[in-house]
Design a protein around this ligand. Sequence first.
Ligand code: ZN
Ligand code: ZN
Length: 396
Amino acid sequence: MLTYEEGIARIDRFLAAHLNGAAELADRIHAHPELGEQEFETSRLLAERLREGGFQVEAPTCGLPTAFQGVARHGSGPVVALLTEMDALPEIGHACGHNLHGVMSVLAGLALKECLPDLEGQIRVVGTPAEETNGAKVSMAAAGIFDDCDLALMIHCNAGESFVDYRSLAMDSVEFTFTGKPAHAAGSPWEGLNALNGVQLLFHGVDMLRQHVRPEARMHGIISAGGVAPNIVPETAQARFYFRAPWRPYLNQLMEKVYDCARGAALATGTQVTWRNNEASFDDMLPNPTAENLIGSILVDLGVSLVPGPGPMGSTDVGNVSYRCPALQPELAITPERMSLHTREFEAALLLPEAHRMLGVGAQALARTCLKVFLDPELRASLRRDFEAQKNKMPR
Ligand SMILES: [Zn+2]
Ligand SMILES: [Zn+2]
């Protein structure tokens, strides 16, 4: 059986030999940014690198043209999944760092494979498209590809500070359509049923509900269609909302109240209402203290200073993975300077020597974390206990 120290030595030897090549690959992807679901060249380059390193690669996978799964296995044993983001942003290119931390996951998988001859288990490197738009991890998680994982993880690039307790909000995006009956708004308004009134009453209902929800909940909407002319009683009206909360089970309860508001608005106005989830529904990121402490101590050993995370802000698809298996997504500063992501400034910082150095540090941390998971059955049990405890947690 491999010792942790011997495993680290193998990982570090591999990274010393391959970090420059990986940095070149990250820069090459940076120079050719591709939007979500169009990451064809990026996906091809990463899959090719995995094949060169001896992984079996399925591409495309899960019915997504730019997704891939690379697998290296030896016998049967623990399963770790390294998530690999690939997409860029319109106009500002790789301003979220997916070029760098995508390559980081691939590099970590390749380095970890050096240990595999003396371990039992499976390394899965999963190419997950479109984080910035539709969030392919949502459908990949729903397809069950993470259900057998002892840990699924990635590092996301950050600026200025690094932290391990990344959090995000569960979110449902809903489009409501009210249908009424048109009539001349001055000549025969009594014959009409006003769909816009249905939408207005929905907004009032949601605003009244606001007083009675947890302070962490967010409900924000727009009227996306409100009729065609003032002299026609609106036949159709539409509203689009995002509803968010830091707990999926709570958000599900909240949504039932929202749907009652919609039903009530339709009843009061004599209109019909239908609704649909018009974008992917995101789950919140479940905390896994065991995984966070583990990678936290590894990052500190590697010279990274950590700060407490800022708590949840937006919503992202890695949350859905965290409801399927123990999951982890630390944020790692690839530049010491504080700046916002999704800016040209951050896009430029990704090409600096410090970012290339942090590519190596991040790959080391990911590979060491996975190595521990392979070697320590107690740790795996603890990861699973945290996951089960968090999954159905409601706010107190
Ligand atoms: Zn982003
Ligand atoms: Zn991102």
